[in-house]
Design a protein around this ligand. Structure first.
Ligand SMILES: *Cc1c(COP(=O)(O)O)cnc(C)c1O
Length: 390
């Protein structure tokens, strides 16, 4: 079959299964209230958990940095693109999370790809939770290590996967906050297991950094740990920090190793300096405006209590990610449509992003949501609950 016909066939099938994805054009900054196309929407699907993406101080930092440092970095870090802004940001991130060192990557996806590829080879083992983010899963295919996945948050199953006699090195990598369920990995237990097995634990804290732990230091901090010894941490700067990019933090020897061997670090252009400066400002806002985390956690508590009151069941998440699982793709799309008709934007998440029959509304809360916003969402959910005969 000619390419074009074969592709059209695949597309037809994807549409029929209610899996076709579309983009919605945003005609406003990212915020709690956005203009989508030409309509105003109340937004419950961004990862801008602290409301920093459109914060005046971040914007000012980016503008000032562009004027001072230019628009682009002009090269990769190892050639001549490693500007003062990048360097300072790395030092401040390491300091903030209590690590010896940190390395800036252009995206979290790229940082995740770098880690097994840099540390593991043929005689090694990579173990991951089954519900890990796609970027962690994909990282397995850039290295030659044996790859095993354990059942979600099942420590016994993880332990059975480990066999330190057989492999030279073992890396356990896990989402600290699972991106589609909002639940958390048992970090303390995982850290103990890593230590006992002379393995390294990598936590992907894309959804915990800025949100959990003291002043938003992340999931290690929430468990009274720091990224040292066998613990590595990946944080992203495009979610709670409202900017863009990512970093890996840990003991110096690991970070030095990444600088030498990470292909997604070596063979790519350094971030624009304005982006690094916006991230530095976000980092100081975490410390200057503690009300943001407090408000976010109050919003989570309020929302969960009210949802229980209307008799709907959420997953057991204490984080800003509050999914309502509806099962069928078509149900999830219909529910999203009901909310859309009320001017509320919650995206339906479908397979393969989530397992079959667990299509859901992925509701995310931010520090900028007001009571009345959450109450509007609850009205919509009540209607969906009614439609499902609950
Ligand atoms: C968003 C996300 C990433 C990717 O980070 P980007 O900086 O957006 O590339 C990695 N891991 C998890 C768990 C994520 O949710």
């Amino acid at each position: 079959m000619p390419w074009k016909d074969a592709l059209a066939e695949e597309h037809r099938e994807r549409r029929e299964r209610a899996l076709w994805r579309t983009r919605q054009q945003l005609n406003s900054p990212q915020s709690v209230e956005v203009i989508r196309g030409s309509n105003r929407f109340l937004n419950f699907c961004s990862n801008d958990y602290l409301g920093l993406a459109n914060h005046p101080r971040l914007k000012e930092a980016a503008v000032t940095a562009s004027k001072t440092w230019g628009a682009g970095s002009g090269a990769s870090h190892l050639v001549c693109g490693h500007q003062a802004s990048h360097h300072r940001l790395e030092e401040e991130l390491a300091d903030f999370v209590g690590a010896q060192s940190a390395l800036l990557f252009s995206t979290g996806y790229m940082a995740n790809l770098a880690i097994p590829q840099s540390f593991l080879s043929r005689n090694d083992l990579l173990v991951q939770d089954k519900l890990n983010h796609a970027s962690l899963i994909d990282s397995a295919s850039l290295c030659r290590a044996t790859f095993k996945r354990y059942r979600h948050n099942d420590i016994n199953h993880l332990q059975k996967s480990l066999n330190t006699e057989k492999y030279r090195r073992t890396l356990i990598s896990v989402d600290a906050v699972f991106s589609m369920d909002g639940d958390q990995a048992p970090i303390t237990q995982l850290s103990d297991i890593a230590e006992e097995n002379q393995a390294v634990l990598l936590i992907d804290d894309a959804h915990g950094f800025g949100v959990l732990g003291e002043q938003g230091r992340g999931s290690y901090s929430a468990n009274r740990l720091i990224p040292n010894g066998p613990r590595l941490m990946l944080g992203t700067l495009g979610k709670a920090l409202g900017s863009f990019g990512a970093f890996v933090a840990g003991d110096r020897v690991y970070i030095d190793h990444l600088k030498q061997f990470a292909r997604t670090y070596t063979y790519t252009t350094a971030l624009p300096p304005a982006v690094a400066e916006a991230s530095r400002t976000a980092l100081s806002i975490l410390q200057d405006e503690p009300w943001r985390q407090e408000q976010l956690h109050q919003n989570i508590e309020y929302f969960r209590k009210c949802v229980a009151d209307i008799g709907l069941e959420l997953m057991s998440s204490q984080t800003p990610i509050q999914p309502l699982v509806l099962g069928d793709e078509k149900n999830a799309l219909a529910a999203s449509q009901i909310l859309e008709n009320m001017g509320i934007w919650v995206s339906a998440i479908r397979p393969p992003t989530v397992p079959a029959d667990t299509a859901r509304l992925r509701i995310t809360l931010t520090a900028e949501h007001k009571r009345e916003h959450i109450d509007q969402l609850l009205e919509g959910l009540q209607q969906i609950g009614g439609d499902h005969g609950q």
